[in-house]
Design a protein around this ligand. Structure first.
Ligand SMILES: NC(=O)c1ccc[n+]([C@@H]2O[C@H](COP(=O)([O-])OP(=O)(O)OC[C@H]3O[C@@H](n4cnc5c(N)ncnc54)[C@H](OP(=O)(O)O)[C@@H]3O)[C@@H](O)[C@H]2O)c1
Length: 323
């Protein structure tokens, strides 16, 4: 079958290990389902994998991709939940399973004609959501949903700062926060991305690092080093930072610990979301009409171009491969 996979790992030049080619058809173990992939979205996670973060050399070759929407063996249109649990896990929040993995880490990913996943990982795709839109949800959008409403506990009327505009997670955060009745501030490095942020729901957009006119209830962080200090300085006393990524690096010059204790701030980690939260997210889009911002849609064969655009950082929204 057609597939986009990592053949080798290269920290400096991630595209060097990327292959657009053929891989054997997967076999579904007992209790797993085969999904014919119609659309699969790219995440920064796929670039990290090519750089060797989260993907080990002994797992190669590995088909990349966490996100997919497609059709199962019974003809149902489905969205694929990307978190694969250890079968022995009995807790209710599968994101806390210490042996969990994401598709494309231990099990083959979604950038292929077919992906196999535990049957429980299939969520029905509503008719009103296109395959391309649905493919954006399992990683970036689910992460944003959990950051805002589960880990962040945000309520209508509260204010939130989203660090970054162009990313898959940041566009999801802006759209979902606005749909849920929050006051939304965002920052970006790119002047030309400001208008897009306003279009998808930000009330005000600032340059990265620029002082906000108010202190906010919560900050959503995926950038890390480049924005951490600004995030801490932007919070009201008692505010919280929810962090799910460190695109610019995890090492900060100043962790601002004095601010953290003196202003009684909370720093909250967040990762992916549960299968039920993915279902709730799908229902939220259904009822609000909110939809993922798609930067580019391209055939799977052109995946290399999509990866290059993500590495350049010029995108605003999701890059989606179609099959
Ligand atoms: N924990 C989880 O479960 C989870 C799930 C999904 C993603 N993540 C992580 O979250 C991060 C974002 O993922 P993504 O797929 O949305 O990536 P992406 O599409 O590449 O987005 C990158 C974002 O970071 C901003 N950015 C990058 N470098 C910056 C810098 N030096 N200064 C300020 N802003 C900067 C960009 O904003 P502008 O271009 O607008 O400035 C953009 O919004 C990644 O690190 C990813 O690994 C974690």
């Amino acid at each position: 079958m057609r597939a986009v996979y990592a053949e080798s790992i290269n920290r400096e030049d991630p595209l060097a290990g990327l292959v657009v080619g053929e891989r054997p058809d997967p076999v579904a173990p007992e209790g797993w389902a085969r999904v014919s992939v119609r659309a699969a979205a790219l995440n920064h996670h796929d670039v990290w994998s090519l750089r060797g973060r989260g993907l080990k050399a002994d797992a190669l070759p590995m088909i990349l991709g966490c996100d997919a929407a497609g059709v199962d063996e019974d003809g149902n249109e489905v969205v694929v939940h990307a978190v694969i649990n250890d079968p022995a896990f009995t807790g209710t929040d599968e994101t806390t399973d210490p042996r969990r993995s994401l598709l494309s880490e231990r099990f083959q990913g979604t950038f292929a004609d077919t992906v196999v996943v535990p049957r429980r990982n299939l969520v029905p795709k509503p008719e009103g959501l296109s395959m391309v839109e649905a493919a954006c949800l399992p990683t970036a959008w689910l992460t944003a949903y959990r950051m805002l409403f589960v880990r962040g506990g945000l309520r209508p009327g509260e204010s939130v700062l989203v660090q970054g505009v162009g990313g898959g997670v940041s566009t999801a955060l802006i759209t979902l926060a606005r749909a849920a009745g929050l006051r939304v501030y965002a920052t970006t490095r790119h002047e030309d991305k400001r208008a897009r942020a306003l279009e998808i729901g930000a009330h005000e957009v600032f340059a990265s690092g620029e002082r906000l006119p108010v202190k906010v209830d919560a900050v959503m962080e995926t950038v890390g080093r480049a924005t951490w200090e600004h995030s801490v300085r932007s919070l009201r006393p008692g505010g919280r930072i929810v962090i799910s990524g460190t695109t610019s690096g995890p090492q900060v010059d100043d962790a601002m610990l004095t601010h953290v204790f003196f202003l009684q701030l909370s720093v909250i980690g967040s990762t992916m979301g549960t299968r039920d939260e993915l279902d709730q997210l799908v229902q939220l889009l259904r009822s609000t009409g909110a939809r993922p911002l798609v930067h580019a849609e391209m055939p799977l064969e052109q995946a290399r171009d999509g990866f290059a655009q993500m590495i350049e950082g010029e995108h605003v929204g999701k890059i989606v491969f179609t099959l």
